[in-house]
Write a protein that binds this ligand. Structure first.
Ligand code: ZN
Length: 288
């Protein structure tokens, strides 16, 4: 297992962590100031400042990417299926233009909640089959562009509106069905926030192996959690055994960045950007 205690060479900043403080170009400047070597930007942040300007800023500072957020939201009614396809292909193209190692997929939940205004449906089994069909279709395109797709299983509390793939096992089942040859084109993003509770987590990490482990996200689970989406904790402030999970991922050969991804309306989004980044760096050394 790599020793992170002496520096933050393997810290990547998911730029949603400071999305309320600055625009993406300013976040990139701040990362350079704090000698953060990698980021994972969000599409909406890129859209505000422009793809070209983002790519230029990344090049100028010699930054790497640990991923690109995000594609997905596959379930849709018939009227919105083409829009879904086009949107996801654009996400793949943007990820390629920015030099991302993978496009992270938040796969979507029920169609009317993940891709409104689709017709109301409570058929989660149908949503799951649409997810798999959508990934299969996007994978054909992503293989041509050579952009790996990383399915991110989300905590079950998001099954309705964000992702109806809720366990690592389910994500890996999809990977095995669509990419049986383990080509590297399809894998998973392991976010400790979503999977820490799963009794099958470590078996899942072993099953994933190096070929399927495309991204590793860290933050912490606060008790109590005051908001289902926007109350993620700073590493070390909650109950997740982050280091144990990282050890398991690295035992499989994962040697990429550990990406700090904290949505925190009630705390970190309200603090100055330099304080947030300084704290991320300190906790990356002590708690990741
Ligand atoms: Zn994540």
């Amino acid at each position: 297992m790599r020793d992170f205690s002496g520096d933050h060479a393997w810290l990547s900043l998911n730029t949603a962590t400071v999305r309320e403080q600055r625009d993406l170009l300013q976040i990139i400047e701040a990362c350079a100031r704090h000698e953060i070597r990698a980021i994972s930007p969000w599409r909406d942040q890129v859209a505000v400042v422009g793809l070209e300007a983002t790519a230029a800023a990344i090049r100028r500072h010699g930054l790497k990417l640990s991923g690109y957020c995000r594609g997905g939201m596959f379930p849709a009614d018939a009227e919105r299926r083409q829009e879904m396809r086009d949107d996801n292909r654009r996400a793949v193209d943007e990820a390629a233009a920015l030099g991302a190692p993978c496009l992270v997929l938040v796969v979507g939940g029920l169609p009317h909640l993940s891709r409104p205004p689709s017709a109301v449906s409570h058929d989660i089994a149908l949503a799951r089959s649409q997810v798999e069909d959508g990934i299969a279709e996007l994978l054909d395109y992503a293989r041509v562009v050579r952009m790996p797709l990383a399915i991110e299983p989300l905590h079950p509390m998001y099954a309705a509106d964000r992702a109806c793939v809720n366990t690592l096992a389910h994500a890996l089942d999809i990977c095995d069905r669509l990419d049986a040859e383990r080509s590297g084109a399809l894998g998973v993003a392991v976010d400790v926030y979503h999977v820490w509770w799963d009794p099958d987590l470590y078996a899942g990490i072993r099953r994933a192996g190096r070929d399927r482990l495309l991204a590793f996200h860290v933050c912490d689970w606060l008790v109590p959690t005051r908001d289902l989406l926007l109350d993620r904790g700073m590493m070390g402030d909650g109950v997740i055994e982050i280091r144990k999970i990282r050890a398991a991922v690295e035992a499989e050969g994962f040697a990429g960045f550990s990406e700090v991804e904290i949505f925190s309306e009630l705390d970190w989004w309200a603090r100055p950007i330099d304080e947030v980044l300084t704290t991320c760096i300190a906790r990356h050394k002590t708690a990741v």
